[in-house]
Design a protein around this ligand. Structure first.
Ligand SMILES: NC(=O)C1=CN([C@@H]2O[C@H](COP(=O)(O)OP(=O)(O)OC[C@H]3O[C@@H](n4cnc5c(N)ncnc54)[C@H](O)[C@@H]3O)[C@@H](O)[C@H]2O)C=CC1
Ligand SMILES: CC/C=C\CC(=O)/C=C/C=C\C=C\C=C\[C@@H](O)[C@@H](O)C/C=C\CCC(=O)O
Length: 253
């Protein structure tokens, strides 16, 4: 996919993966709408990007992805500012087993909301030009994880949701493709376990030590691979330190 001149929306872009995805898209010549619930940090990140890449190439919209009207506003503002939308990255996520309903709301429902809006705005039948939706899953979306059941459930759900949209003939005719990036532990704030993050922080920390932490550059590389390959509708790309990037469910697609 030629990225120069494309317009992207990245949720949860104030820091972590979302910030890195926004940065690489800007580097490749995209215009990017960063949105995040954390307004001060989101504005700061966007301000830095405006200085580096030009004020006209990045905007920030405060948005809680669990609030439908706020997320819809992100799409409205992006379309108004840049005239189209080509790439949507549903990245905003939390890990909180105490507030497990919120974990499901942000990671699964928020991403479903973002996908639905992307389909609405990018479908050819609605005057869009088609495009790509990348949902950020996790390696916890493939197996049972007893110390973070809600988080794992949200990511299992998101993988199933993404694959289901990808086999829709109507979406294909509308020029849409769907993919899911599923990294193992990576160095962001999300893995700074606090009370409530997991049901057993000591187990999570032991596992982290055992399996190691994927580098941000590897996550970005896999993200770019999913964007670049236009034939990969339905791709689910798992990324671990031991095995690197591997496509899952390839035969079932
Ligand atoms: N760090 C890791 O080890 C892994 C992370 N992931 C996933 O990657 C995605 C990004 O996570 P990280 O960058 O690691 O975390 P992070 O904590 O560094 O960044 C998450 C961002 O999402 C924002 N956010 C949280 N709730 C929100 C909401 N309701 N509405 C809008 N924005 C919201 C936060 O303010 C923050 O800027 C998440 O979906 C996470 O589940 C997947 C695999 C591994
Ligand atoms: C709160 C952290 C949030 C996110 C990290 C993330 O999204 C990715 C995590 C990556 C890997 C998870 C692997 C889980 C593996 C488990 O299913 C078991 O294989 C390990 C179980 C126990 C390990 C140690 C023990 O028994 O004490």
């Amino acid at each position: 996919m030629e990225l120069k001149g494309k317009v992207a929306i990245v949720s949860g872009a104030a820091e972590g993966f979302g910030k890195a995805f926004a940065e690489v898209l800007l580097l490749k010549g995209c215009k990017v709408c960063l949105c995040d619930i954390n307004a001060p940090l989101g504005q700061k990140t966007t301000g830095i990007f405006e200085q580096r890449f030009g004020k006209e190439n990045a905007i920030f919209v405060t948005c809680d992805v669990t609030v439908a009207e706020q997320f819809a506003d992100v799409f409205k503002k992006t379309k108004l500012e840049y005239g189209k939308i080509d790439i949507v990255v549903n990245n905003a996520g939390v890990a909180n087993e105490k507030e497990w309903r919120q974990t499901i709301m942000v990671n699964l429902i928020g991403s479903m909301q973002g996908t639905e809006l992307a389909v609405k705005y990018m479908s050819k039948e609605n005057g869009g030009h088609g495009g790509v939706i990348i949902n950020i899953g996790s390696a916890t979306g493939f197996e049972p994880v007893f110390f973070m059941p809600a988080y794992a459930a949200s990511k299992h759900g998101l993988i199933g949701f993404t694959r289901s949209w990808s086999v829709s003939k109507r979406n294909e005719a509308n020029g849409l493709r769907f993919a899911c990036l599923c990294p193992a532990f990576a160095e962001t704030n999300l893995i700074r376990f606090t009370e409530g993050t997991t049901l057993s922080n000591s187990t999570a920390e032991a596992l982290l030590k055992e399996i190691g932490v994927v580098k941000m550059s590897q996550v970005v590389e896999s993200f770019m691979e999913l964007l670049a390959d236009e034939s990969n509708n339905g791709a689910v790309l798992k990324l671990t330190l031991d095995d690197g990037a591997e496509y899952m469910y390839r035969d079932a697609r």
